[in-house]
Design a protein around this ligand. Structure first.
Ligand SMILES: Cc1ncc(COP(=O)(O)O)c(C=O)c1O
Length: 412
């Protein structure tokens, strides 16, 4: 094996989202950017690209409005601010997602309540979700993890039964579908990220989509625009909200990327299916994608039964990396989100410990240390390969060969 000084299964570098090798960025983006620079307007206030990008995104998703923002975290914060929870209200969220799903809840002084995952799909388990609901629960923030659609029928039924608002976190799930419907259009609000590694990129950036507006007495767009009711003309600030504007430069790249999105997503899917076929019978178990859904493979993830290899999955991953696969163990890392300092130690607002110590939040520390055994296990056992739209059949064959080589060398 390469880790022992042998020859790498993958001789060259694989395409990566980190540079031009694995990003479909080119003439189309440059043309759009040139327009912006020549116009002299880098802000949505005077430019045309942000509005155009929003209209195109809304049309693609078949929704009434799309609000462009500066990141996926900003998109999710805009959605939580739109809901306008009371301080100490609870929002259900998965411990297996990016911290960008949790920060907006804390920033709005609501309490993230972590719900354990289904070990097969790694999305929130609907049974545990319903069991976690209390009179203070206001919303479900559901991430379609790795691009695998969550069980939206079950989640929406629970939300309806309990009158909860549903925010779909589609940061990893562009064009994913659940029973023929696009993820992001099933809940009340859908949030997207265009960060460098995502299915389409503007470097950083995000989008919030919805059909619903002013449900809680504030317009969605105002929630990322300082509470400013610009349509009314003049200056006013109706409530506390941040400035999360996307720039014209990001929107210009976004327009060009959006035109390529279908192709980029399809490419990821086709190559992922080829890897699954190539690994058939090898002993690895890819993360389950629910029937009647379209998974869009942000990562390609799988587990290996501990009985089949004589090393830990951590050592297995080290060997894969040495063979040339861009992969890592456990998402978001080796521990679920609630074990990071911001949650565990409530490093939030000064030394207050808010929201966990707010009046009316009973025994707040229990929210900082939830019991999510499936999430814990997933972090220790899930192999996450950075998947890429530029992988060719040869790349996929090389990846499969590398995995089979390491499996054989470490077979129990
Ligand atoms: C599932 C998920 N949610 C939220 C985010 C936050 O997005 P951003 O990094 O654009 O703020 C990300 C991005 O990493 C993500 O993968």
């Amino acid at each position: 094996m390469a880790i022992d000084g042998g020859i790498k299964a993958i001789p060259g570098a694989l395409p990566t989202f980190r540079d031009a090798s694995g990003r479909s960025l080119g003439a189309e983006e440059l043309t759009q950017l040139k327009d912006v620079i020549e116009s002299g307007s880098l802000s949505f206030l005077s430019g045309k690209k942000t509005g155009e990008f929003e209209r195109q995104f809304a049309a693609l998703y078949g929704v009434e409005q799309a609000v462009s923002v500066s990141s996926g975290t900003a998109a999710l914060h805009t959605a939580v601010a739109y809901l306008n929870p009371e301080p100490g209200d609870e929002i259900l969220v998965s411990p297996i997602t990016d911290m960008g799903s949790v920060i907006p809840i804390l920033a709005q002084l609501a309490v993230p309540v972590f719900v354990d995952i289904d070990p097969q799909t790694q999305n929130m388990d609907p049974v545990k979700l319903e069991a976690a609901i209390t009179p203070r629960t206001k919303a479900i923030l559901v991430t379609h993890i790795y691009g695998n659609p969550a069980d939206m029928d079950a989640i929406m039924a629970i939300a309806d039964r309990h009158g909860l608002f549903v925010i779909e976190d589609c940061a990893q799930a562009h064009l994913a579908t659940y029973k023929g419907r696009l993820c992001g259009t099933i809940g009340h609000v859908g949030c997207f990220s265009f960060q460098q590694s995502k299915h389409m990129t503007t470097g950083d950036g995000g989008m919030v989509i919805a059909n619903d507006d002013n449900r809680f007495g504030r317009e969605l767009r105002q929630c990322s625009d300082k509470g400013w009711p610009r349509k009314a003309g003049g200056r006013d600030h109706l409530f506390l909200a941040l400035n999360y504007h996307m720039t014209e430069l990001q929107a210009a790249v976004g327009i060009a990327q959006l035109a390529k999105l279908r192709g980029m997503v399809d490419a990821r899917r086709q190559s992922a299916f080829k890897l699954t076929a190539a690994l058939e019978g090898s002993g690895v178990t890819p993360t389950r994608i629910l029937p009647e859904t379209t998974g869009v493979f942000f990562f390609y993830t799988f587990r290996i039964s501990q009985e089949s290899i004589k090393v830990s999955t951590a050592d297995f991953v080290k060997a894969l990396v040495a063979e040339g696969i861009d992969c890592f163990l456990g998402y978001p890392g080796k521990i679920p989100l609630y074990r990071y300092a911001v949650v565990k130690d409530a490093r939030t607002f000064g030394t207050s410990g808010f929201p966990y110590t707010l009046p009316g939040v009973e025994n707040g520390a229990r929210f900082q240390n939830p019991v999510c055994p499936e999430a814990e296990q997933a972090c220790l056992e899930t192999v996450c390969i950075w998947w890429n739209e530029c992988f060719t059949d040869t790349h996929v064959e090389q990846i499969a060969q590398a995995i089979r080589k390491v499996l054989a060398a470490y077979a129990a």
